[in-house]
Each structure stands twice: as C-alpha cells, then as structure tokens.
Write a protein that binds this ligand. Structure first.
Ligand SMILES: [Zn+2]
Length: 507
C-alpha cells in the first residue's frame, strides 16, 4: 500500500466525510456553533463569502427588474393559517412568540408575562406576510408585474443541525412576484431558476442540474417547484436553490386581486424563489480537498495573499516597499468588474505555518516575497487549484499582466474538476438489483462513500417514490429539464415510463 500523504485536514474525506466537513469549516475559520442550540455564528471569512454571494446575486436580480424591500420578522398566526398546505408543511418547525415582556419571578429569575392575544410566528418564509402587503399594493393590471426581493433571516426549528447546511436560523433571499397571467408567472419561475443555475455555475463553479420536483418534494402551497441540484464529493445531492410557481393559492389566501384591462377583477398569479447560506455548505463540499477549503476566485474574500519573508529590518523594509509597489498596480486592476482583493500576512510567525493557514482558507493565489525575489523582480506563486508544493517564480510585471487570466484559469479548473466528478458518478441504471446495489454501501457499520446520481425511469407514482425512499433513503432529486423522452420501465414497479429522473441520497 502506498504511503498516505500527510494532509492538513484530519479526518480525510474518505475516512469520515461529515468529520472532514466540520474540520474544513473550523480550519478556514468560517463559522462556529453558538450557545443557542442549532444557531451558528458566521465569522468574517464565512460572512465575506456570503456578502460576495449576495452582492453578485443582487446585481442579477436587479438586472432582471426586481427591487429589494423588507418585511416584518413576525407573522400573525392567522396569516399563516390561511393556506392549508403551507401550514401543513411548516407547522412542525415554527418558533412561536407568545409573550411580550419579562417580569421578576421573585426567585432571582425572570418569567415571561404579557401574553399575546394572537401568537406571532418567527418567519420560516414570508409568503403570507408579503401577500398581505401585495394585496394592498396591487389594484390594477398597471401595478403588475410586481417583482420584489427580500434579503433576510428565517427560522425553521431543526432538530439536527450542521453549520451552513442546516441551522435553525439562517440567512437567505426570498423573491416574491405577482403577475397578471399564468404564462408570465411560469416564465418568471423558470427565469429565476435560470439565474440560480447561472450563478451556481459561473460564480460558485458548481455544475447544477435544473429540473422539476416531484409532488412530494414540492414547496408547501406551490403548484410547481423547480430546483437546481449539485453533487457533493460524497456523491450526495444538495438542493442549492428553488423557484416556485404558486398559482393562485397564495393570492386567494391573501386576497391579491387586480382589475384587468376589461375592468374585471382577477386574482394575481404569484411566484417565490430563494437561496440561502446553504450555498456556502455546497461550495465547501463541492470543491474542498484534504488540505481544506478551495474557493473559486469570483467569490473568494481574498484573491491573493502576500507573505513577506525577511530575516532583518533592512530586508523587511525592502520587501514591504516591493509589496507596496505591487499593490499600487493591483489597485488599478479589476477582476470580474470588482477590485482585486488581497491580504498581506505580516504576522510574527513562521512562513510555512502562514502558508498553510491560507491554503486551509482556500485563497486562490499565494505569493511569497523575499529578498531573493526582489533581486529578480519576481514573486513566488502558489495556486490553490494545484498541489501545495507546485510553486512558480514569476516576473512581477508578467504576474500583474497575467493576473486576471490566472484567476479565470483557477475559476475554470475548479468548475471542470467538479463537472468531471459529477459526470463520472452519474449513470443510467435500468436494473432494479443494480439500482439497489448502487445505493447500498459495502460496509454497513461505517458506510464508505458510495452511490451517485442514478438516472432511472420512474412511473410517476408516489408509492414507488416512497418505497425507494424507505428502502434506501434515496429520493428523486428532480425531473431534469434537459432529459429527452424515451420509453422505459419504472425502476421500482416495472410499469411504463417515458422519462428518466435523477435519484440520489441527499442533504
Ligand atoms: Zn413505479
């Protein structure tokens, strides 16, 4: 057996994937568990990634005519009760506010007092409270379409939580739109899924499959739910964004009506769509390796880290002057229409230790700059998409000239690697035994990484879907848009089917 290479993250992915994930988050100093069960503290490195996600998505939303607004954190219970399916879907995970103040309990503590006549729900999603505003804002066909987005936090009372992937409170955006026709609302639902897919692939470097959810996986109250699904390195799927066509369900519940051109009253057609801090979890699991986080340049908090190397004061002055000159050049440059983001790590500690810190944080480019480099007017460059020891000396002017190409190359390599991994682990399966074998680990006690995306036929029945879920914990991730119709047999019952769907284990 070949000697196992020493890795910066322990356990490795192949040893304990969930353990590896936690260590990557910790080693990159992105987030930590808080004293409030299930809630996370997002630290600056993690939060800056969220800000970069936010910033770029926000531009895409606004370019397609949406505007931001803000609605209350609390939803009156009666609002929530208006849409039956919605209630059914969210009731079990709601935080409910019942009192309005605290009083001395005469035992040295506090007790809640001032019981509310109507309880308030901390928003798990805002369809109902935004619907109440829409019903006031929309009167005529001239008020449509109404295209609103909200950046906010939401609360869903989760019993089992994991940083970024599933937390009781999380950050997200929720788009809510109202339209005069069904056609327009359906177009909006598709358009926003397209934006999510574009963002996931071009910014997060994460290939995704666009498709429709089955009825059992639909958003509570929606007529149609579309999603983008990405493959993580443990071959499980992660739903990375959803877009819902809500039909008239919420407009009827919230009384969102308008007068059409002929003067008749009609209900508006609504949509909603969202992505959350879960995307950061997806990003980590799609790209990171056994040395830590790997960040696509377009969303990395820093594109470059510069590590000055010197032994005495004179060398320090020279090195820092050299870095200052380089920064003057970097400040004039733009990557992806944004300033070049850089950090100088001048901490008083060993160079090797610093380098590994930044490898674990996933910075795309590391520059070591010492007296010898200055003499040659060069920098010593390491890239996060390559082996840690694979470093190149580069003339500093060439580096500046090539910088945006290098960043593009890193962005591209990260995407290509993830796409290759997904393609290698996506297979057509037509035989039931093969399907069960595919999703069953050989080691039952300590399951190895197994499975992947199985493209198999499904008859469309909820029973077959349920049976596979019960047997294997495998769900239909989506009915892909780009799958061509063909005759086949349901992988579960053998009945006729005309299309393959994506089956996988999922987060
Ligand atoms: Zn079937």
């Amino acid at each position: 057996m070949a000697k196992q290479k020493k890795t910066a993250i322990n356990p490795r992915r192949d040893q304990d994937y969930p353990g590896w994930y936690q260590e990557v988050v910790k080693a990159a100093d992105m987030a930590e568990n808080s004293d409030v069960r299930g809630c996370m503290v997002i630290k600056p490195w993690g939060y800056t990634i969220w800000e970069n996600i936010q910033k770029n998505l926000d531009i895409m939303f606004k370019d397609t005519g949406h505007e931001n607004a803000y609605f209350p954190l609390f939803i009156p219970k009666s609002f929530f009760e208006k849409e039956a399916k919605h209630v059914e879907g969210f009731a079990k995970e709601c935080a409910v506010v019942t009192h309005t103040r605290l009083e001395d309990d005469k035992k040295g503590g506090l007790q809640p007092a001032g019981k509310l006549t109507e309880e308030l729900i901390v928003r798990p999603t805002s369809e109902t409270i935004i619907g109440a505003s829409f019903s006031k804002w929309i009167n005529s066909y001239r008020d449509l379409p109404l295209l609103i987005n909200q950046w906010a936090n939401v609360v869903r009372w989760e019993m089992r939580t994991r940083l970024f992937l599933r937390t009781t409170e999380f950050l997200w955006q929720e788009g809510h739109t109202a339209h005069a026709t069904k056609k327009e609302a359906l177009e909006e639902t598709s358009k926003m899924l397209g934006i999510y897919a574009d963002f996931a692939e071009n910014f997060l470097a994460m290939p995704v499959i666009k498709g429709e959810k089955t009825e059992s996986e639909r958003f509570p109250g929606a007529l149609t739910t579309f999603s983008i699904e990405a493959m993580m390195q443990d071959k499980k799927a992660l739903q990375s964004g959803t877009s819902h066509f809500l039909g008239l369900n919420f407009s009827k519940a919230s009384n969102i009506k308008f007068q059409n051109k002929e003067g008749r009253e009609e209900y508006a057609w609504t949509t909603s769509w969202g992505v959350s801090t879960r995307l950061i979890g997806a990003l980590i699991m799609a790209h990171s390796d056994d040395d830590g986080l790997v960040l696509p340049p377009k969303i990395a908090p820093s594109h470059i880290v510069m590590i000055p190397i010197y032994r005495n004061e004179e060398e320090q002055t020279n090195v820092m002057n050299f870095i200052d000159e380089l920064i003057v050049k970097l400040k004039k440059m733009r990557y992806n229409e944004e300033k070049i983001r850089y950090k100088i790590d001048d901490r008083d500690m060993r160079g090797g230790e610093k380098l590994w810190d930044w490898i674990k944080k996933g910075v795309p480019i590391r520059l070591e700059i010492g007296p010898r480099d200055i003499e040659n007017n060069s920098v010593f460059m390491g890239r996060r998409d390559k082996d840690a020891k694979d470093k190149t000396g580069m003339n500093v002017d060439n580096f500046v000239n090539d910088l945006t190409d290098i960043l593009d190359d890193i962005q591209h390599n990260i995407f290509t690697k993830a796409l290759k991994f997904r393609d290698e682990n996506t297979i057509d399966i037509d035989d039931k035994d093969a399907f069960y074998k595919f999703f069953t680990p050989e080691n039952k006690n300590n399951p190895e990484i197994h499975g992947g995306f199985a493209k198999s036929h499904w008859c469309g029945s909820a029973e077959c879907e349920e049976k596979i879920k019960d047997d294997l914990k495998v769900t239909i991730r989506c009915i892909p848009f780009d799958e061509t119709e063909e005759n086949g047999k349901c992988i579960c019952c053998g009945k006729k089917s005309n299309k393959r769907v994506i089956f996988a284990k999922a987060y």
